[in-house]
Design a protein around this ligand. Sequence first.
Ligand code: ATP
Length: 452
Amino acid sequence: MAQFSIYIVEDDPLYGEILEYQLSMNPDYIIRRFNSGSECLKELYKRPDLVTIDYSMPDMNGLTLFKKIRDFNPDLPVVVISGQDDINTAVEFLKMGVTDYLVKDDNVKSKLWNSIIRIRENQSLRQEVAELKEELGRKYEFEKIIKGASPALRKVFTLLEKASNSEINVSLTGETGTGKELAAKAIHYNSNRKKYNFVAVNLAAIPRELIESELFGHEKGAFTGAIARKQGRFEDANKGTLFLDEIAEADLNIQTKLLRVLQERELSRIGGNEIIHFNVRLIVATHKNLEEEVQKGNFREDLYYRILGLPIELPPLRDRGSDVILLANSFIEEACKKNNIRNVLKLSAPAKEKLLKYNFPGNIRELKAIIDLACILCNGDEIIPEDIRFSGTRARLVGWQEDKTMEDYYIDIVQAFLKKYDNNVVLVARKLKIGKSTIYKLINNNKIHLTI
Ligand SMILES: Nc1ncnc2c1ncn2[C@@H]1O[C@H](COP(=O)(O)OP(=O)(O)OP(=O)(O)O)[C@@H](O)[C@H]1O
């Protein structure tokens, strides 16, 4: 067990010594003795784990001292040791929240010993309950922010929890609108860094020539237009989390600078000499396949390994089964509130069917926009299929690329099905109406990689 600090307030030096001697038999107990209440009060800021007080002290009586201790720390256990065997005083103290009331008799040493054991047991139980509550709170928070209950999302929740409980860098992948930024925020706000800043930078949204100054800051006059010193986003995120969205868009020059800064955990602003140390957790996101970008020579391999950390893939909405309806209902509720629609609208059965059949290339962001519009178009209490409008340009084949061959598409499709059905080759073969051996051949020839 950890060390346990006990303050003894006792004006009788002999009695104080006896108590100290008895308690110091336990090597975990760190004892300090005070001859008066005021001396003890001055040292409370050092956060003892327990205070024992004599009922009658020269400078203040036990009751006054106890009230002052309570004002300072309402949770600190206090044991009163009194020369008076007066039941009324004992009851009064106990009602006020004293942990124990002991009478100075021949057995007081062993009674105090047992009382401390009980207090410690209680404290560790309370701590355990608090920890369990916090853990529960965390789960609740994740599920409150990131809505969904599909098996694909459950796997993500497990990883998000691991990420928030640790300090590891995180790399989020997933198609546009799958909730990468939301996941990054959820990690931050469930982590020990939550009291500090969550800073998001979208590298695709900033002109190339400004990225360096945005990330690392600049000194006044560092370049034309630098009219004042500017702190960079790394500094803004100190002790917190820096979310670099669209990391694949960083050019090789920025990649090199990022690598150096991340390796050394220090930076200097453009045009400055001062070395600035920082402490950030990095979360990066991209809708591209970074490994492929490394192979193509577009992304530095050493930087890739430095930022990879814990990779988390956000599944596309079409792989989240009935989460589509769960999310739709939640967005309907939000939209009705926002638009002052009194009765929360319902999704009719054919409307649900229409949503479930769609492939949502824009994922959750697209679903949200579709639902917002449907709530406005809806005439009754129920959303009907006609209220649900898919934008023609978006309902295209996902992943369409001119340089892909028919075989590439074939492989993509089989790979996607294997992922969706947990690598169940027999089931995938049945769904796609192809032979099992065809799939096994693709796996054996390393054309398909089974992912977990
Ligand atoms: N599971 C979810 N529950 C509720 N809302 C969600 C969920 N996932 C995403 N959203 C919402 O969908 C929208 C898009 O999410 P977000 O911006 O996090 O996606 P993204 O993957 O970062 O997109 P992009 O790659 O385009 O930057 C946001 O409004 C977000 O709040």
